[in-house]
Design a protein around this ligand. Structure first.
Ligand SMILES: NC(=O)c1ccc[n+]([C@@H]2O[C@H](COP(=O)([O-])OP(=O)(O)OC[C@H]3O[C@@H](n4cnc5c(N)ncnc54)[C@H](O)[C@@H]3O)[C@@H](O)[C@H]2O)c1
Ligand SMILES: O=C(O)CC[C@@H](O)C(=O)O
Length: 533
C-alpha cells in the first residue's frame, strides 16, 4: 500500500503509517505535481490546505481512502469520493479543545486589543489610552453552531461570568440544558449579543450566513469571532459593518481565501487585514502540540484501518459504526452481500424496489451498514466499475431503485433473520432470507423454497421436474467438465411437481456446462452463480 501525506502531521503518525505502508511525505508539493502522481497512491492524507477536489479524485485511479488530519472536510469533495467508492476518514475530536481555546483567546484579544498593544509597544508607541478594552464579565455571548466546539466554548465562557446564548436548530433542547445555555433564534442572538462566535461547518446553507442583513440586526459595538471556516461570514459585509461601526472588532482564525501557510513571503491581500480592529491568526485553531499529536496518530490509524477494510471509526461517508459493533455485524454483512449477489445472477428484469428487513435480535442493532452490503452484493453482477459499500446506495438510486429498510422485533423461528425482498419493474417479487450461526452464514429461504445452505464461491441452482434420475444427470454433465460436487440439497415443491436443487461445486461452472444442463428434458432452468463469498 502506498500513502502520500501532503501536509505536516506528527512524527508519531508518520512512524505508524510507515509500519504498515510505503509512505511519501511531500509537504511542499504543487497542485500540478500532485495531480501527476496521485495515480500511484492508495491513500492520501491532508490537512486543510490541500484541495481534494473532483479532478484530483478522478486522477487517483488507485485511491481507496482520503484521510483528513483534522475536522472540517470542506476541502474534500466528499460527493465525488463517495461516487468513486473512496472512503473519507477524519479525526473530528482531536483538535476541538485547541479550537475552543483559540476562540477564547481571540475573544480576549479583541476585547482587550492585546495584539494591537503588543505591536504598538514593539514600534515604540506607548500610548495605552488607545487600547482601552471591554470586559467579558456580565456580557452576552452568542454562539452560532452548538456542536462539539461551540459547547466547549460555552463551558469556558460561562467561567468568565458571561450570559451564554446559542443558536443551533439541529440540536435538541437537552443539549442546551446540559450546558446551562439559553436556546435562541438567530435573530434573538444577533440582537442580544455583545460577542458573537461562529462554530458551524461550511455548507451550502451556512455559506455567507452572516451577511449585510445579519450585521444590520446586531448591537452596535458587537465583537465577532470566527474560528470555524472562512466564508461563513460574508467578508465584504463584515468589512462594511466594521467601517460603519456596527462591529467594534473581529477575531478571525480563518478567511474565505487563505494564504499559503508556511510560506514566508507571498502576494496575499485581504482588505479585512488592513483594518486595525481585525485580528487574524493564520488558521491556528488546531495548531497545538497536543492536538497535532492526537490528530497525527489518529489519522494514521484511521487510514490504515480503512485500507484494511475495517469500515468503522470516523468514516465521513458511511454510517457510523463502532469497532465492536462492526465485528458483531460481520457475519450479517457477508450474508447480506451473498443474498444480494444472487438476484441478478438468476434474474434479468430491472428492479424498482429493494427491501431489507431485519427480524428478531438483529433488528435492535444499527443495521444501516448491513443494508449497504446487501446493495453492494446486489449491484456487483451488473455494474462494470467496482461497486463498494461507499457508493452502493448512490448507484442504486441512480438506477431508479428505491431502498427500504424494515425492522420487525418479534422473533420467528430464527433468533435473527435478514429478509431481502426485491421487486422488479413488472411488480414481481423475489425473496431470499438468511441467518447466521456464530460466524457461519446460511440462506434459509430461496424464492418460496425453505432451504438451508451455505453460500459458496461456485454454485448451481436448478429448477427441475421432480422425477427420478435428475441428480444423476446433473452429476454426469458436471463430471464431463471435470467439476466435483461438494454439496447438494433438494427442495421439492409438492404442489407443482417441481424441485429446486442447490449445488456447490469445487470449480467455476462454465457456460457450456449450464447450456448442456438446460438442454436436458428434466431440467426447467439451470443457473450458475458465482462469488457469493
Ligand atoms: N480553526 C480551526 O483550526 C478549526 C479546528 C477545528 C474545527 N474547525 C471548524 O469548526 C467548525 C465547528 O466544528 P465542530 O467540531 O464543533 O462541528 P460540529 O459538527 O460538532 O458542530 C457544528 C454544529 O453546527 C450546527 N449547524 C449546522 N448547520 C447549522 C445552521 N445552518 N445553523 C445553525 N447551526 C448549524 C450543527 O447542528 C452542529 O451542532 C467546523 O467548521 C470545523 O471545520 C476549525
Ligand atoms: O489542519 C489544520 O491545521 C486546520 C484544521 C481545522 O481547520 C479543522 O477543521 O480540523
Amino acid at each position: 500500500m502506498k500513502i502520500i501525506v501532503t501536509e505536516k502531521i506528527s512524527e508519531s503518525g508518520i512512524e505508524y503509517l510507515k509500519k504498515h505502508a510505503e509512505v511519501d511525505v511531500k509537504t511542499n508539493i504543487s497542485r500540478e505535481e500532485l495531480l501527476g502522481i496521485i495515480k500511484n497512491y492508495d491513500a492520501i492524507i491532508v490537512r486543510s490546505a490541500t484541495k481534494v477536489d473532483r479532478e484530483l479524485i478522478e486522477k487517483g485511479e488507485k485511491l481507496k481512502v482520503i484521510g483528513r488530519a483534522g475536522n472540517g472536510v470542506d476541502n474534500i469533495d466528499v460527493s465525488s469520493a463517495t461516487e468513486k467508492g473512496i472512503l473519507v476518514v477524519n479525526t473530528p475530536t482531536g483538535n476541538i479543545v485547541a479550537a475552543a481555546e483559540l476562540t477564547v483567546g481571540l475573544m480576549l484579544a479583541i476585547a482587550r486589543n492585546i495584539p494591537q498593544a503588543y505591536h504598538a509597544g514593539l514600534n515604540g508607541d506607548f500610548r495605552r489610552d488607545k487600547f482601552k478594552g471591554v470586559e467579558l464579565n456580565g456580557k452576552t455571548v452568542g454562539i452560532i453552531g452548538f456542536g462539539r466546539i461551540g459547547s466547549l466554548v460555552a463551558a469556558r465562557l460561562a467561567a468568565f461570568n458571561m450570559r451564554v446564548i446559542a443558536y443551533d436548530p439541529y440540536m435538541p433542547d437537552s443539549r442546551f440544558e446540559k450546558y446551562g445555555v439559553e436556546k435562541v433564534t438567530l435573530d434573538e442572538l444577533l440582537q442580544q449579543s455583545d460577542f458573537i462566535t461562529i462554530h458551524l461547518p461550511k455548507t451550502e446553507e451556512t455559506k455567507k450566513m452572516i451577511g449585510e442583513k445579519e450585521f444590520k440586526k446586531m448591537k452596535k459595538g458587537v465583537r465577532i469571532v470566527n474560528a470555524a471556516r472562512g466564508g461563513i461570514i460574508d467578508e465584504k459585509a463584515l468589512y462594511n459593518a466594521i467601517k460603519e461601526g456596527i462591529v467594534a472588532a473581529a477575531g478571525l482564525d480563518v478567511l474565505e481565501v487563505e494564504p499559503k501557510y508556511n510560506v514566508e513571503r507571498q502576494d496575499f491581500h485581504n482588505p479585512l487585514l488592513e483594518l486595525p480592529n481585525v485580528v487574524f491568526t493564520l488558521h491556528l485553531g488546531a495548531s497545538t502540540y497536543e492536538a497535532q499529536e492526537n490528530i497525527g496518530i489518529s489519522i494514521a490509524q484511521e487510514v490504515i484501518s480503512a485500507l484494511n477494510g475495517n469500515l468503522y471509526g470516523n468514516i465521513v461517508n458511511l454510517p457510523g459504526v463502532k469497532s465492536d459493533e462492526f465485528s458483531q455485524l460481520k457475519p450479517y454483512m457477508r450474508l447480506a452481500e451473498a443474498m444480494g449477489a444472487l438476484y441478478y445472477q438468476i434474474n434479468e428484469t430491472p428492479v424498482r424496489l429493494v427491501e431489507v428487513i431485519y427480524r428478531g435480535e438483529i433488528s435492535r442493532t444499527n443495521t444501516e451498514i448491513v443494508t449497504l452490503y446487501a446493495l453492494k452484493g446486489f449491484l456487483k453482477p451488473v455494474l462494470e466499475e467496482d461497486v463498494s459499500v461507499v457508493n452502493a446506495k448512490l448507484r442504486a438510486k441512480e438506477m431508479g431503485i428505491e431502498i427500504v429498510e424494515g425492522k420487525i422485533e418479534e422473533i420467528d423461528h430464527y433468533s435473527s433473520l435478514i429478509i431481502l425482498k426485491i421487486t422488479d419493474t413488472h411488480g414481481k417479487t423475489t425473496q431470499f432470507a438468511g441467518t447466521t450461526y456464530g460466524e457461519e452464514i446460511r440462506i434459509v429461504e430461496y424464492m418460496d423454497h425453505k432451504v438451508n445452505f451455505e453460500p459458496t464461491e461456485n454454485m448451481l441452482f436448478v429448477k427441475n421436474k421432480d422425477v427420478p434420475g435428475v441428480i444423476g444427470h446433473i452429476g454426469n454433465v458436471l463430471g464431463d467438465f471435470g467439476i466435483n460436487i461438494s454439496t447438494m440439497q433438494v427442495s421439492p415443491n409438492k404442489n407443482d411437481g417441481t424441485a429446486l436443487m442447490i449445488v456447490s461445486t469445487d470449480k467455476e461452472i462454465p457456460d457450456e456446462a449450464v447450456e448442456s444442463l438446460n438442454k436436458l428434458n428434466s431440467i426447467i432452468k439451470a443457473r450458475a452463480v458465482k462469488g457469493l463469498i
